[in-house]
Design a protein around this ligand. Structure first.
Ligand SMILES: Cc1ncc(COP(=O)(O)O)c(C=O)c1O
Length: 365
């Protein structure tokens, strides 16, 4: 038995997503790169590698991890590179995508030996959160003026465009790709490859995979480009739980259950976007507010319905705990860091990593 708290990655859940990714690659000719910003738990990279073409990154650390732990194609992107890191970034990458023309020009000489691209910003997106909207007013994410980009076409061979955010609506994806074609069509014709970024929920239950793959293929044929996708969330959605144990119960007008984990430390993204965690089946006559054990008053996973009254020692499994979660875990309050375990395809559970006091101590000096 592994001591809670721990993240449990279920390979069967991962496989459901990976098989859909492989199907889209096959039918459309697009390549799929895992977005490490979303999920970088490398113990399952051996398992994921056969279904994907490589990784994409947002920093020197990520590009190095992608190169060393995943292999295959390694795209480097960052909002801005520093002079002291550019050589090492290039040593790990087979493509580098600059966020701005000024970064492209600054590192033109150093990057002359590898494939280069530029991020474009079509100024429309599917985001419903200002915080995560790449097309928000005054956005720094990518170049938007086709005339300015046309002047540096001799230095680049492709583009990255990321403007889908948690988009489960194929017709919206289709319309936004149409906007991109309208706006940047002339540039796309001169490119050899185009990455359409992440944020497309195509591994979700009802997503029309064939329409999606055919749209990608048509786009690729119209412009004569190799299409890339950068699925983060879509690669790992519904694959992982955060396993916790109830430490205490209270009644303060509502039934409260305190578990041995923390939303602030272990599922921070939910707190940032003010979203509730998920517990399954969330059905039964006993409603509890499930709370974290940090000192933050609002360290609350959410309110859920349970079949039985909760008591100290009961297990609560928080669903969908892989994306933008394990990459953001932190040592707030010194709360015990969840271990990492993998559920193999035959159901056995392999403990992968435990974190100790030393990890906590070493995270600061
Ligand atoms: C450039 C880029 N690519 C890929 C992704 C992955 O997005 P998602 O995890 O929503 O698929 C992101 C997310 O912010 C991104 O900014």
């Amino acid at each position: 038995m592994i001591q809670t708290p721990y993240y449990l990655i279920d390979k069967a859940g991962l496989l459901r997503n990976l098989e859909k990714i492989a199907y889209v690659r096959e039918r459309s000719g697009a390549k799929a790169l895992l977005a490490l910003k979303c999920f970088a738990t490398w113990c399952v990279f051996d398992f994921m590698r056969d279904y994907m073409d490589g990784t994409t990154s947002s920093s020197l650390n990520e590009v190095r991890l992608g190169h060393e732990r995943f292999g295959k194609e390694t795209h480097a992107y960052s909002v801005a590179y520093a002079d002291y890191e550019i050589d090492e970034v290039i040593s790990h990458a087979d493509k580098i995508i600059f966020n701005s023309i000024s970064q492209l020009e600054r590192f033109a000489e150093k990057s002359a030996g590898i494939v280069r691209g530029l991020r474009l910003n079509p100024q429309v997106s599917s985001s419903s959160f200002d915080l995560a909207d790449p097309a928000r007013p005054f956005s720094r994410l990518g170049e938007w003026d086709p005339a300015k980009v046309a002047r540096v076409m001799d230095r680049i061979s492709g583009f990255m465009i990321h403007n889908n955010c948690e988009n489960a609506d194929f017709s919206l994806f289709d319309r936004m790709l149409g906007d991109i074609e309208q706006k940047f069509g002339e540039l796309l014709k001169r490119a050899e490859w185009v990455s359409l970024g992440g944020g497309i929920h195509f591994t979700g239950g009802t997503y029309p995979l064939d329409l999606f793959a055919d749209r990608l293929k048509a786009f690729s044929q119209t412009y004569g480009v190799q299409v890339y996708l950068e699925p983060g969330e879509a690669s790992i959605t519904n694959s992982t739980t955060l396993e916790t144990t109830v430490l205490d119960t209270l009644f303060n007008g509502k039934n409260l259950a305190i578990v041995d984990a923390s939303i602030e430390a272990h599922m921070l993204d939910l707190l940032i976007y003010r979203e509730s965690a998920k517990v399954k089946p969330n059905d039964g006559p006993h409603r509890y507010m499930v709370c974290g054990k940090s000192c933050l008053a609002g360290d609350i996973f959410g309110e859920f319905d349970f079949p039985n009254a909760l008591k100290t020692g009961d297990r609560v499994s928080i669903q969908d705990a892989a994306g933008y979660t394990m990459v953001k875990k932190n040592w707030f309050n010194g709360v015990k860091m969840p271990a990492i375990a993998v559920k193999e395809l035959d159901g056995t559970i392999t403990p992968i990593r435990e974190f100790t006091y030393l990890d906590y101590e070493q995270s600061l000096s």
